[in-house]
Design a protein around this ligand. Structure first.
Ligand SMILES: C[S@@+](CC[C@H](N)C(=O)[O-])C[C@H]1O[C@@H](n2cnc3c(N)ncnc32)[C@H](O)[C@@H]1O
Length: 271
């Protein structure tokens, strides 16, 4: 097992994304806490809207529950939209959420290191918050480049190494995980700081943008709902969210609990 849970294939292709509930709970808790920062799916659509024509063929790689896929379907009106993920459960959720818009959409279960697509098939490709699950993200980017037409656009999205670091300190201060502050970042393989360099291994980088997102968890239950979804910590307390919330309430100063993350976007083209 890798020391970094996000780079542990057994976890990533096992418990982490075996069902869509952990990702849905995490996203819900984060969205409720967010007090600044633009909507990521909307930003991706904005970045692509000016670069791809209506009727384009678009890939959403590591689509998860399909939040970005849905926005791309609405905003770009692609001729073909393919959502790709290694998790059958998450693809199922994406397909359900695409609903009536499914006609020209498809979902494909595949590893992003080996995309089951011909060369030169897409006008645009998105890989949001997924390449940090690879110890070799440049190999996935080579696959993305291979699938794009020459001149086709990729939008790659990740987070800063220090994302949510304030929560490491809270978990440590609450005595829930003594190693919380010394563990490496979940995003160590692909993050705001190496995004440009890794993207440039196989693509021509046009632009990189960074935006800070700020989160206020209103109370201990809200924070517990988020913490329980992150594989970073080894919290041995039993009793689920109520027990975790009670421990946070007892051991930490009064809420809100604040944390931040930088979200970074690279726009890159296949030369
Ligand atoms: C945090 S979710 C990203 C969700 C989505 N892109 C979004 O922005 O909402 C990470 C996704 O990457 C997928 N993933 C991880 N490793 C993968 C791999 N080797 N090939 C394809 N998908 C992978 C997971 O199954 C999961 O759905």
């Amino acid at each position: 097992m890798s020391a970094n849970p996000f780079l542990d294939p057994a976890l990533v292709h096992g418990d982490l994304y075996r069902s869509d509930s952990r990702l849905a709970d995490r996203t819900h808790a984060l969205h409720r806490a967010k007090i600044s920062g633009n909507d990521v799916a909307e930003t991706i659509a904005d970045l692509l809207a000016s670069r791809v024509p209506l009727g384009a063929a678009v890939l959403d790689i590591g689509c998860g529950r399909g939040t970005t896929t849905l926005r791309l379907a609405d905003r770009l009106r692609p001729r073909r939209l393919v959502a790709i993920d290694a998790s059958a459960a998450l693809l199922h959720a994406t397909r359900d959420r695409l609903g009536h818009a499914r006609a020209r959409r498809s979902v494909v279960c595949a590893d992003f290191h080996q995309l089951p697509m011909p060369d030169d098939v897409a006008d645009a490709a998105v890989a949001a918050f997924c390449l940090y699950h690879s110890a070799t993200p440049e190999l996935a980017i080579a696959e993305i480049a291979r699938c794009l037409h020459p001149g086709g656009t990729a939008v790659l999205v990740t987070k800063s190494l220090n994302s949510y670091a304030e929560l490491d300190h809270l978990v440590h201060a609450a005595g829930l995980d003594p190693d919380a502050i010394s563990r490496s970042s979940l995003y160590e393989s692909f993050h705001s700081g190496n995004l440009h360099t890794v993207a440039a291994t196989n693509l021509t980088v046009i632009d990189v943008q960074h935006e800070e997102h700020l989160f206020h968890f209103a109370d201990a239950t809200h924070l517990a709902r988020y913490l329980i979804t992150t594989p970073k910590y080894r919290i041995t307390l039993t009793g689920g969210i109520p027990a975790l919330a009670a421990a946070l309430r007892q051991r930490l100063s009064a809420p809100p609990y604040t944390t931040r993350s930088t979200v970074s976007y690279a726009v890159a083209v296949r030369p």
